[in-house]
Structures are given as structure tokens and as C-alpha cells.
Write a protein that binds this ligand. Structure first.
Ligand code: PHE
Length: 343
């Protein structure tokens, strides 16, 4: 039995040296110390040993077990060290986790806000859910006036607020005009830039039911069309670059008189006319001199003060910037990362 024990010890040592993985190590351990392992089987035979020799053999059994155990431990440590050495290469550049960024509309908003803040406009926000009075009546569009049809509107199913009318999802940022006059207690100068979500029930390649507008409103003594045009020229230069030109085209809005549509030269063809613009101009949006009735609704004396206003779509305006052409505007809000991550 002594011989067998020493054989096992020697054998196991040899095998341990050849072991390369922790799985192999476990398998070897079981083949020695498992229930039917070599050591276990041999150690059992102590019962057959005559009494006088039992003690010495017993001590040997323990000693052999200890020795083998120790060499298993040692090999285990060695294996761990080599595997760490192989796995960690401190010279490999770290993996940077993917980082998101702001949505293209948010980027456009902050760019536009900065341009107007530089010339003294104050950015404000007004309720997305507003009353009819702010969205229409205060803007010189009485109930049943056909001009209201131009601003298709989502109505909230709730009782009306007397003179303020029904609750609506604000269909344009112009709802903030009279709110701003109220905030200023009817005392100009007012230089507001209101950037907000707007809602209209349209869904096609150039419309999403939720979109954004930026609305400028300037009221003071002696404000006239040259201030309006100068501001647009400044904005066009800052936002679109020095080559683009703007023009005013007569139009009609209930809340401005005179009213204009503002166009900018097409970037694709440089203003010569192409598939995108047809005649060289792209439409930015509406503007005009604030109607006296609107000033009066905001408790500002129209005989003392005049003003201009404009309200343009963020998405539309951004698409007209150099290098960006989108066939279907709805992709902006489809949450397709492959599209969004390009900006
Ligand atoms: N509110 C108008 C629209 O949504 C735009 C506009 C704003 C026109 C201010 C004139 C003055 O189309």
C-alpha cells in the first residue's frame, strides 16, 4: 500500500505539469480524490492493514494527501497567472462605449436661439396646450373667421373657458405673441424669440402632426419694415451663410398688416431654378408688421408702438441649410438611429 500511495503521488505530479486549463485541473483532481478516484480507492484499504502497522500507514495517507493537495493549489495559481498575463494587454486602446447625441431638431433649436440671442432677443416658451383666445381671437381671427381654417387644429375634449374658449394644442407659436405682451405688462420694448412644439393634424412627406416653430416678435417705438428685413438678412447670413439671399413676397395673415412670405435662394442651384425649388427660391415662412388689433389685445397702444413678427418651421428651415436634403420629413421622428446618428 505504501508503494501504491507514493506511485499515485508521483503520477499525479507528472500529470499536473501537463495540465493547461482549469477544466483539465478539475478533471485530474476528481480522478484522484473523487469517490472512485485512485487515492480514495487506495486509502480505503487501510482497513485491511494489520493493527501494528495501521498508525504508520495512516500517517503516510495523510501526508500523501497533503502533498498532492498542495501541488494542486500551486498549479492552480500558476494557471491563473498565465491566463491573466495572456488576457490583459494594457497597450490595447480602450473600447469607448457608444455615446448618443442631441436630436437634430434640438441642435437646430439651440443654433437658431443663439443667433437671435446675439442681437438681444429673449427666448421664451408658452403653453403647448393653450386656449383658443391666445391661438386665434387675440390674433385678430374671430370665431368662424375663414382664416382659422388655415390653422387646422387639434381640440381638447374639455369644457370651454368662457371668453378664452376651448383648449387646443397650439397650432403655431403665434399663440405666444399676446402672452408675451401680457408678461411685459404691455410695456415695450419687446424682443422675444418663442421656440416651441406646434401641432396640426397633417401627416405626409412634408408634414408631421408635431413640429416646431420659432417665432420672433419685436415691438417698440418706430419699428418698421426695414427692421424686419434687416433682421431676416442677419439671420440668413448667420444661419445659411453669406451667399444666400432673401426676399419678401406679399401675403396675407390676419395678425399682420402688411404680411409677407419670406423666401431664400435655393442652395442646390444657387437661385437659378432646379427640381427642388423650381424657380430658384425656397419658402421660409410667414411674417409681417403686427396688426394694431393684436397690439390692442396685448394692451399696447397701437398709436405709440409698432412691431414686426415672424414664425417659421424649425424642421423646414433646417432642411434648407446647405447639404441637407430629406425626401420625407417624417423620418425625423421615426427614431431610426441610422438616420439620426448622421447629424
Ligand atoms: N403663425 C404663422 C404660421 O404658422 C406664421 C406667422 C407668424 C406669420 C408671425 C406672420 C407673423 O403660418
Amino acid at each position: 500500500m505504501e508503494k501504491d500511495l507514493l506511485n499515485i503521488q508521483e503520477d499525479t505530479h507528472k500529470k499536473l505539469k501537463a495540465v493547461k486549463t482549469s477544466q483539465e485541473l478539475t478533471a485530474l483532481y476528481l480522478s484522484v480524490f473523487g469517490k472512485s478516484g485512485r487515492f480514495a480507492q487506495t486509502a480505503k484499504r487501510i482497513q485491511e492493514i494489520p493493527k501494528d502497522k495501521k498508525k504508520t500507514i495512516g500517517l503516510l495517507v495523510n501526508k500523501v494527501k497533503q502533498t498532492i493537495d498542495d501541488s494542486f493549489d500551486k498549479r492552480k495559481k500558476e494557471l491563473m497567472e498565465t491566463s491573466i498575463k495572456n488576457k490583459i494587454d494594457v497597450t490595447i486602446p480602450a473600447i469607448t462605449p457608444p455615446l448618443g447625441h442631441l436630436h437634430i431638431t434640438t441642435l437646430a433649436i439651440s443654433e437658431i436661439a443663439k443667433i437671435f440671442e446675439r442681437i438681444g432677443f429673449t427666448r421664451v416658451r408658452y403653453p403647448e396646450i393653450d386656449r383658443e383666445w391666445y391661438a386665434f381671437e387675440s390674433l385678430n381671427m374671430p370665431v368662424n373667421h375663414p382664416a382659422r381654417d388655415d390653422f387646422e387644429t387639434f381640440f381638447i375634449d374639455a369644457p370651454p373657458f368662457g371668453k378664452l374658449g376651448r383648449l387646443v394644442l397650439s397650432p403655431h407659436t403665434s399663440s405666444g405673441q399676446v402672452r408675451e405682451m401680457e408678461r411685459m405688462r404691455g410695456i415695450p420694448p419687446i424682443r422675444m424669440i418663442n421656440i416651441a412644439k406646434c401641432y396640426r393634424p397633417n401627416w405626409d412627406i412634408s408634414h408631421t402632426p408635431m413640429f416646431h416653430q420659432f417665432e420672433g416678435l419685436v415691438i417698440d417705438r418706430g419699428i418698421n419694415v426695414t427692421h424686419l428685413k434687416g433682421t431676416f438678412e442677419y439671420f440668413a447670413r448667420e444661419f445659411f451663410g453669406p451667399k444666400r439671399k432673401i426676399r419678401l413676397r406679399p401675403f396675407h395673415f390676419q395678425f399682420t398688416e402688411p404680411s409677407f412670405e419670406v423666401d431664400i435662394t435655393c442652395d442646390m442651384c444657387g437661385g437659378n431654378g432646379c427640381r427642388l425649388c423650381k424657380e430658384g427660391w425656397l419658402e421660409l415662412g410667414g411674417s409681417g408688421m403686427v396688426h394694431p388689433n393684436v397690439l390692442a389685445a396685448g394692451k399696447i397702444d397701437p398709436t405709440l408702438y409698432t412691431g414686426y413678427a415672424f414664425g417659421w418651421g424649425i424642421e423646414r428651415t433646417y432642411m434648407m441649410k446647405a447639404g441637407i436634403q430629406i425626401d420625407d420629413l417624417r423620418i425625423l421622428y421615426a427614431n431610426d438611429i441610422r438616420f439620426l446618428e448622421q447629424f
